[in-house]
Design a protein around this ligand. Structure first.
Ligand code: GLP
Length: 269
């Protein structure tokens, strides 16, 4: 896993947006996996800025969101569809028909989840999956104990997640107890993953994810099995990482390589 530590939350947003933008420029018809929560908001803001000021073109992208609360319609202010419209889709030139967020009001959830998986495959699979992380180390809504091979399905939220997300709903009672979520197995099939985290409340989950054992108790730790994951963290979220110096060294070597400093000596040198 490549680990990049930025100074603060804004730095995480900017750096993450650079990765997404680079892909969109290189492959304008790429398939992006998107996430909700407070963490990626800065990244979305930066992508909107790039669209407005630099003409970053989203007209050919296809998007799939990770999850949605069961029972909330797309017009509910706490639904993830609503979040995506407000924080990204309404401000860029993505074709609405190419944005997919699971339907929290599907009639037959089993059939719907299978169809969501099929749709991802039909679009050629996800090129880059953006991920936040729950304070208990979950990705999407794959709560502790989720199968590491799981696919899109319904999941019961843990008390910790309900409590964490109560701030958006104005109280725990209002938080739905069920969600529809891509599985860990679905996420691992993405070609590349971009894991974002900021703030001290994520420090333990991040340590467990990056330096702990792979376990279904911390579903983000399954990312260790993926060959191409970039974690972009702020100082606080990276605080408990033991091998921080090494990650820094890797980044320095990487930039030296890119700038040609480590290239073959030129003739006569
Ligand atoms: C929810 C979402 C996750 C998200 C997590 C953290 O559980 N399903 O996808 O990563 O919240 O949210 P935040 O970024 O607000 O801390």
């Amino acid at each position: 896993m490549r680990v990049i530590v930025e100074k603060d939350k804004d730095g995480v947003g900017r750096r993450a947006a650079q990765f997404v933008a680079a892909l969109v420029r290189k492959r304008p018809n790429c398939v992006l996996g998107l996430a909700t929560g407070s963490t990626p908001v800065g990244m979305y803001g930066e992508l909107i800025r790039m669209h407005r000021e630099e003409g970053l073109d989203f007209s050919r992208i296809v998007t799939f969101n990770l999850d949605e609360y069961v029972g909330l319609s797309s017009s509910h202010p706490q639904s993830y569809r609503y979040f995506m419209q407000q924080n990204l889709f309404d401000h860029i030139n993505v074709d609405a028909r190419d944005t997919h967020v699971p339907d929290g009001r599907a009639l037959d959830f089993e059939a719907y989840c299978e169809q969501y998986e099929r749709l991802i495959k039909e679009e050629g699979g996800i090129d880059l999956q953006v991920l936040g992380i729950g304070s208990d180390g979950h990705i999407a809504f794959n709560e502790p104990g989720s199968s590491l091979g799981s696919r899109t399905r319904l999941k019961t939220l843990t008390h910790e997640t309900v409590r964490d997300n109560a701030r958006f709903f104005g109280g725990e009672e209002e938080v739905p107890r069920l969600a529809i979520t891509m599985g860990v197995g679905t996420i691992l099939e993405s070609r590349q993953c971009l894991l974002l985290a900021s703030g001290a409340s994520k420090a333990k989950a991040i340590r467990d994810t990056i330096e702990g054992p792979i376990t279904a108790q911390v579903t983000a730790s399954a990312l260790q099995l993926h060959r191409d994951v970039i974690a972009v963290l702020d100082e606080e979220a990276a605080r408990l990482l033991e091998r921080r110096d090494y990650y820094l060294q890797v980044e320095r070597a990487q930039s030296a390589l890119q700038s040609g400093e480590l290239g073959a000596p030129t003739e006569g040198s």
